[in-house]
Design a protein around this ligand. Structure first.
Ligand SMILES: *[C@@H]1O[C@H](CO)[C@@H](O)[C@H](O)[C@H]1NC(C)=O
Ligand SMILES: *[C@@H]1O[C@H](CO)[C@@H](O)[C@H](O)[C@H]1NC(C)=O
Ligand SMILES: *[C@@H]1O[C@H](CO)[C@@H](O)[C@H](O)[C@H]1NC(C)=O
Ligand SMILES: *[C@@H]1O[C@H](CO)[C@@H](O)[C@H](O)[C@H]1NC(C)=O
Ligand SMILES: *[C@@H]1O[C@H](CO)[C@@H](O)[C@H](O)[C@H]1NC(C)=O
Ligand SMILES: *[C@@H]1O[C@H](CO)[C@@H](O)[C@H](O)[C@H]1NC(C)=O
Ligand SMILES: [Zn+2]
Length: 381
């Protein structure tokens, strides 16, 4: 096979990329990011609606639900507060009927001590201080209970969000009037933006380079992500439901290059990852080899009951966010990353110092540790 050496270098992965390589402009403006886990949602016999392959014994899935507080200093004396996603409400019996019945039928179960409004208030953040809530998309595990927020809290979501679901006479309505009534609603329109990062259309939310909304379609109509600058050169990518399991994005070659899998996990995975379901070039004789795997272990579901409204578009959004995931200066957190749930510094701690603390290097391979809840790769049934 003949390949130019520059292409071979590309295939081998870049040593280090700068945020500028993605098209992210320079800025010294930052936001503060704090993360909450609102609770855990178990979905019975639903792994196949998210991921492929489903290894016997892993048919059901338990998700954390992250919510983010974004604080932005407008001036020395004025700060704004926004939420990016809210997790699910605490009283599932009051969800739209299409979902409350799923819970009463035992198809899903919820563990949630305090909803996001209680966690905020307990932490000294009055709801009246929240300028607006941003929904990555309008699903029940992201929209919280907007009726608990005062009318002064605005609501922001992506253009194209299925407004049919706002109509409560629609039989499968996912939303109720109380989910949006009384709030100042802003639809984010990406059609005229000139910015794009790694191919994702972007909007400079505060106009100073500290916080961007990104168009990441595929999972739900109007689905958006966010990218927060937490130091002038480091970022947090809040991926929403661009993908649901980190093994849908890991490991691409650049990720392998920048985040080599720790030796003890390479060793344990030799016997724990099923070679009947997973392959890599140097996997032999029932012994799985992680370092030579050059594509994610899982792909997103394209079955008729996939949670992705448009699986092929979702796969493109995913690959673009995966370029961030491979970068040493961007921490990617999707809303339901179960691999990270036990390792994140939650509110009231700040997530801004993730790079200095070595958090990403410490957690990115957790999903191949057989004792991690995101380990989906051994046959247990
Ligand atoms: C905003 O201002 C407060 C108070 O001066 C400061 O503690 C905080 O670090 C600032 N946040 C950012 C993101 O600059
Ligand atoms: C789980 O879902 C699959 C695919 O829809 C179905 O064939 C199977 O019967 C289900 N199993 C249970 C135990 O519900
Ligand atoms: C809600 O949907 C019904 C049935 O499609 C339609 O007749 C009605 O006009 C819709 N209401 C609103 C407010 O859009
Ligand atoms: C509604 O939100 C938009 C966008 O944030 C803002 O420009 C507008 O002033 C708000 N309107 C009201 C009545 O608060
Ligand atoms: C896997 O995770 C467990 C629990 O966090 C930890 O004690 C163990 O050291 C990890 N194993 C490896 C090989 O990193
Ligand atoms: C393959 O694994 C089996 C069982 O562990 C072992 O007996 C055999 O020698 C191995 N073969 C090779 C070629 O390594
Ligand atoms: Zn979700």
């Amino acid at each position: 096979m003949f390949l130019p050496s520059s292409l071979l270098l590309l295939l081998a992965g870049q040593a280090h990329a700068s945020y500028k390589d993605f098209g992210i402009p320079h800025s010294s403006a930052t936001v503060s990011v704090k993360v909450f886990n609102v609770g855990f949602l178990e979905l019975i016999n639903a792994t196949h609606t998210f991921a492929n392959p489903v290894v016997p014994g892993h048919e059901s899935v338990t998700f954390p639900m992250y919510s983010f507080l974004i604080e932005h200093n407008t001036s020395k004396s004025h700060q704004t507060r926004h939420m990016f996603d809210l997790g699910i409400r605490k009283d599932p019996e009051n969800l739209a009927p299409a979902f409350s019945t799923a819970i009463t039928a035992g198809l899903a179960s919820l563990k949630e001590d305090k909803d996001i409004t209680e966690q905020l208030e307990d932490g000294g953040i009055p709801l009246t201080s929240i300028d607006a809530v941003i929904w990555s998309h309008s699903h029940i595990d992201h929209i919280g209970d907007m009726s608990k927020f005062p009318s002064t809290t605005g609501l922001i979501y992506g253009q194209g969000t299925n407004t049919e679901t706002f109509n409560t006479t629609f039989p499968n309505a996912q939303l109720q009037e109380s989910d949006f009534a009384g709030h100042n609603i802003t639809e984010v329109d990406f059609s005229n933006t000139k910015l794009s990062f790694s191919g994702l259309p972007a909007i400079d939310f505060f106009g100073d380079g500290s916080f961007y909304l990104l168009n990441t379609p595929g999972h739900a109509l109007g689905h958006m992500s966010a990218l927060a600058r937490v130091t002038p050169t480091t970022f947090i990518s809040m991926g929403g439901d661009t993908f649901h399991h980190v093994a849908e994005a890991r490991p691409f070659p650049d990720f392998q290059h920048n985040f080599p899998c720790p030796g003890d996990l390479v060793a344990s995975a030799r016997s724990t990852i099923s070679t009947d379901f997973f392959w890599s070039p140097r996997t032999h004789n029932g012994s799985f080899d992680i370092p030579s795997r050059a594509q994610p272990l899982l792909s997103i579901s394209d079955l008729p009951d996939s949670v992705y409204v448009d699986p092929s578009t979702a796969a493109v959004s995913l690959e673009k966010i995966a370029t961030f995931d491979a970068d040493e200066d961007i921490l990617v957190l999707v809303a339901h990353d179960a691999s990270a749930a036990g390792s994140l510094p939650y509110f009231p701690a700040s997530l801004n110092g993730w790079k200095k603390a070595g958090l990403k290097k410490e957690i990115v391979w957790n999903f191949v540790n057989a004792s991690n809840p995101a380990f989906f790769f051994d046959v247990t049934a």
